[in-house]
Design a protein around this ligand. Structure first.
Ligand code: PLP
Length: 368
């Protein structure tokens, strides 16, 4: 028989997953409860309540979808869109493009508002598209992990007006940079556990405003996906009469991990955590530009938790493999238009520390 599993310990400074706090790893190893055990239901309720705090919302319908960030994206789009509905989507990187693909698969008529990679979607352009298309839904990515650009989501509702439902992908934003679901007028926001929350990949926190929940309840056609149909999922996750009806078996250990990850966020303080990401990200950007790298994302809209750098001539993408094998450090390569041209450095959650920046810079100096 082979010996027990023993993967190497890497320093995860890529676009996710991020390093996991030891107390989250402990939580993952706690005894598994039945998914309708009253003790587990208490843990579910506390997890949802903590998610409300971190999303900055009072939305009752707030829970983790069983699946990665992409499951959150499909839960948002598949539930809000019926065949023939119009949607306007901002595309300035891979993940906006994915939303356009998923919305088209849900049968929607998709209009995209595009911007160069590394740039931002201009909220005024979204507003113009909304006035011409009159969509039911507008969607954009808060933190574009493929480029390192932050969308000014706070300005979007004013430009698109009160009508359309606003969907925001904050897979890489939640817990790392300011996000105000209620104040910014976001109707559905989804995220992932493996970025700034520093929990392994596997759950997709999501929140639906009462108006979005009503839009799902008022659908004329059933949601195409059985697994992600929120009208059924809410009976499992929401408190109240008729609640906790069996839908699927929650990934118990992952919920423990998220519960603990959120406890750590609240113990640190959400705003303190945003400030830590900002400080460490700026430090990394200074150090990297000091080494001669150019930053890829537009100035003023650079994510602190995900820095993308252009590869200068003479620096080959293959060097990333040496970082991994010789220094146990993972960073990310470029995606889509950035493939082979950029590197992506994540300083997220438990990994957002100056000492990690120093370790990376020293390793880069050694290999370049
Ligand atoms: N949206 C964004 C902005 C992402 O960065 C990612 C993953 O990196 C996703 C969606 C998809 O999430 P997942 O890979 O967890 O399915």
């Amino acid at each position: 028989m082979k010996s027990p599993l023993a993967p190497p310990t890497r320093l995860l400074l890529g676009p996710g997953p991020s390093p996991i706090d030891p107390s989250v790893l402990d939580a993952l190893s706690k005894p598994v409860l039945g998914h309708l055990d009253p003790e587990f239901i208490t843990i579910m309720n506390e997890t949802s309540e903590r998610l409300r705090t971190v999303f900055r919302t009072r939305n009752p319908l707030t829970f983790p979808v069983s699946g990665t960030g992409s499951a959150g994206m499909e839960t948002a789009l598949d539930n809000l869109l019926e065949p023939g509905d119009r949607i306007v989507i901002g595309v300035n990187g891979v993940f906006g493009g994915r939303m356009a693909d998923a919305a088209a698969r849900a049968g929607a008529e998709v209009t995209t508002v595009e911007a160069d990679w590394g740039d931002i979607i201009d909220p005024e352009e979204l507003g113009k598209a909304v006035r011409s298309v009159k969509p039911r839904v507008v969607a954009l990515v808060h933190a574009e992990t493929s480029t390192g650009a932050r969308s000014p989501v706070d300005l979007v509702r004013r430009e698109i007006g009160p009508g359309p439902l606003l969907v925001v992908d904050s897979v890489t934003g939640l817990g790392g940079i300011p996000l105000e679901v209620d104040k910014w007028g976001i109707d559905v926001c989804f995220s992932g556990t493996q970025k700034c929350l520093s929990v392994p990949p596997g759950l997709a926190p999501i929140t639906f405003s009462p108006r979005a929940a009503q839009a799902v309840a008022d659908r004329k056609t059933p949601v195409q996906s059985w697994y992600l149909d929120v009208s059924m999922l809410r009976k499992y996750w929401e408190e109240g009469e008729g609640a906790r009806a069996y839908h699927h078996t929650a990934p118990i250990s992952m919920v423990y991990g998220l519960w603990e990850g959120l406890r750590l966020v609240l113990e640190e303080g959400l705003e303190e955590r945003w400030a830590r990401h900002q400080e460490v990200g700026e430090f990394a950007q200074q150090e990297l530009t000091g080494m001669g790298f150019k930053l890829y994302a537009r100035r003023g809209y650079r994510l602190p938790q995900l820095t993308s750098i252009r590869l200068p001539k003479g620096v080959n993408d293959n060097l990333r493999a040496r970082l991994l094998t010789d220094f146990d450090i993972e960073i990310g390569g470029g995606l889509g238009a950035g493939a082979g041209k950029v590197w992506r450095i994540g300083l997220m959650g438990f990994g957002a520390k100056k000492e990690n920046v120093i370790r990376l810079v020293q390793a880069l100096r050694a290999i370049i």
